[in-house]
Design a protein around this ligand. Structure first.
Ligand SMILES: [Zn+2]
Ligand SMILES: [Zn+2]
Length: 499
């Protein structure tokens, strides 16, 4: 189970705990599209409203038609394998939905219609004719009892009258425009997008804002010549004119249109938030000991075509790119703990947000009993470094402070190491690194050069060129500066001074 899904299940249990006045009832749950285990996918769960028992096969067809429709629409199309679709078959006693004919904007006259349906679906909600709603608490209760691992709840209402709504649940009629309406309502309920059409009630969302400064507006990164994104004044009342939307063309404005780039971006981030790229890894343990070359791999949930990029590092060094598996051999390891890390991110062009990261990582600590210290010892004197205890099957290198090799011995290159190697004429006081390797050992030893050296000076703070003191005497200026050179000794109760 991935971490993102864990959070959602906690949320579901909270919802279940809040609803204790509806007795549990089980209904058939039909998988319509199943791309993977529910714990690892985004589960769109449909419930039927106003379908009688004999009409439920029509509900399955409606859901199948919608699943194929939405998963061919971006950004869902690219991430289609991230989704499962299920239908909970809930029969109603009668077909259709209530229609009280009491909305302020009722398009035609008629007498109130009331039908006996499971979720109490009705038009004319909140005084708006086409606002088709259901009793959300009943929908949550049925979902909790029958498919608690839902990510998005959708209700198809079996009626010929056009309508829908998109609060915490997406609701649409099942007529010809139902596909587009349901797609629009998911924009509300799953992506928290606002309506972009005229005279909708505005609020601060990813696709609506009171900020009109192009340099500051939340979709500023989309204000580039190849997009149709701009800063479009909302319409039409004085209050609405204070708001701005990204485009004149968007599914949140006209259901049959595509998402504008800004709404598509928000939908893409929703998909990221509900899924993990790294589904599992092998070996599955965090600490792995290897004796032979071993394959490390990740099982990924990828968009199609993929926009993922990835890299492997071993002890901080990149050892592979854009591959889901890599082979590690004991020869690649140093003695003790080795850190193998895998990093993947989605470089999708659907997202231009600042400070938005899709990076996921997983790592292993790799050890090998076959890799040990080489048992050499290193010392320095007179501007030289001495390596003792080298074996003939080992190779050794001496690196300077800039990690450039300045000396090496290597049996496979015709310069076998001897048991006592002395490398001379090194820079006095500098740090060098001795690297020793064989099939079974690996060692990296820093050492500071003592004495001598290629470029000793009379101000290097080291007694390294025959001086009688540090940086004085011998080739350097006399010790005690320019004063008198006086020796004082004492013996037999007297003092002797020589000049
Ligand atoms: Zn809407
Ligand atoms: Zn939009």
């Amino acid at each position: 189970m991935n971490s993102k899904k864990l959070k959602i299940i906690v949320r579901i249990f909270l919802v279940v705990a809040l609803i204790n006045n509806v007795s549990g009832q089980t209904f058939p749950v039909v998988p319509i599209i199943e791309n993977g285990p529910p714990e690892e996918r985004i589960n769109l769960v449909f419930l039927s409203e106003g379908y009688t028992q004999s009409e439920l096969s029509g509900f399955e067809q409606d859901v199948t038609q919608f699943a194929n429709f939405i998963l061919n629409d971006e950004p869902y199309k690219r991430y289609a394998n991230h989704f499962n679709v299920y239908a909970i078959l809930v029969p109603s006693n009668e077909s259709g939905a209530d229609h009280p004919f009491d909305a302020d904007d009722e398009p035609f006259p008629g007498e109130a219609v009331e039908v006996d349906t499971y979720f109490d679906g009705t038009f004319d909600s909140f005084g708006i004719h086409r606002l088709l709603t259901v009793d959300n608490s009943k929908v949550f209760a049925v979902a909790a009892d029958n498919f608690p691992m839902y990510d998005e709840l959708l209700v198809y209402v079996n009626t010929e009258i056009r309508g829908g709504s998109g609060g915490s649940i997406a609701v649409s009629y099942n007529g010809p425009e139902g596909l587009e309406i349901m797609n629009h309502e998911i924009g509300h309920s799953m992506h928290r997008l606002e309506d972009e059409y005229n005279n909708s009630s505005p609020s601060e969302r990813a696709n609506l804002t009171m900020e009109s400064n192009p340099a500051l507006i939340k979709w500023k990164n989309w204000l580039t010549p190849e997009t149709d994104i701009g800063v479009v004044q909302h319409c039409c009342t004085a209050t609405q004119l204070e708001w701005y939307r990204p485009s004149s063309t968007c599914k949140m404005r006209v259901s049959a249109q595509r998402f504008c780039d800004v709404c598509r971006e928000k939908a893409t981030t929703s998909i990221h938030e509900l899924t993990d790229v790294i589904q599992s890894k092998s070996p599955n343990s965090g600490t792995v000991s290897i004796d032979n070359p071993t394959t490390f791999s990740v099982n990924e949930l990828r968009p199609t075509p993929t926009t993922l990029t990835s890299s492997w590092t071993l002890n901080g060094t990149v050892i592979g790119n854009n591959t889901a598996s890599i082979s590690i051999s004991p020869n690649d390891l140093i003695a003790g703990n080795n850190f193998l890390n895998y990093t993947v991110q989605d470089e999708t062009e659907f997202i231009r947000l600042d400070n938005y990261s899709t990076v996921e990582t997983t790592s292993w600590i790799v050890t090998s009993g076959a890799v040990q210290n080489c048992g050499v010892s290193v010392s320095s004197s007179n501007g030289s470094i001495t390596i003792t205890g080298l074996n003939s099957n080992e190779n050794a290198k001496l690196f300077n402070n800039n990690v450039q090799a300045v000396w090496s011995c290597n049996p496979w290159q015709g310069t076998p190491c001897t048991s006592n190697e002395v490398i001379s004429n090194l820079t006095a006081g500098a740090t060098y690194f001795v690297s020793v390797q064989s099939d079974v050992c690996d060692e990296w030893i820093p050492i500071v050069v003592q004495g001598g050296g290629t470029n000793p000076t009379c101000n290097d703070g080291i007694q390294n060129q025959g001086e009688t003191g540090i940086d004085c005497g011998g080739p350097c200026a006399p010790c005690n500066g320019g004063g008198c050179n006086v020796n004082i000794t004492s013996s037999n109760g007297g003092v002797s001074i020589t000049v």
